[in-house]
Design a protein around this ligand. Sequence first.
Ligand SMILES: [Zn+2]
Length: 163
Amino acid sequence: MFKIFTTVVVALLMLGCGPEKNPHVKSGMFQSVSENEATLVQEGPDKRYCDRCGMDLVKFYKTSHSATVDGEKHQYCSIHCLEDHLGDGVTVKNPQVVDVESLKFIDVNKAYYVVGSKKRGTMSRVSKYAFANEEMARKFQEKYGGEIMDFTNALERAKEDFR
Ligand SMILES: [Zn+2]
């Protein structure tokens, strides 16, 4: 009796999946500014990084917020990380947001937020950019879409994003 043993060699083809080259250079992000354009309000060696998530505040500058909590200044990459801090039940004083146009901090209560435009957001698929000037907010909206609203409503949207 003869038995034929067939050895099947399975060759696994390694498909060329090298590290993908990202065509989007990070410094080309809409949120990013150069270091000398950014206002950093925190103290200490970590002043450049979001108080909650550690992201680079120069890179995510145009969505940055700041606030004083227990006499100490905090800076956040986005309304989301400010919202996260508020969730701890802290009392936040003088909350501010970067005005996309001037790159200066302004009172959140005087800001016009464009929510859900085509410009990518920070920590959220629904982007939120703030303007000191209503007309600038409208121009941005005409170009990139989205809805114009005040801080309270933008904050509500930020909460919804994580529900
Ligand atoms: Zn953050």
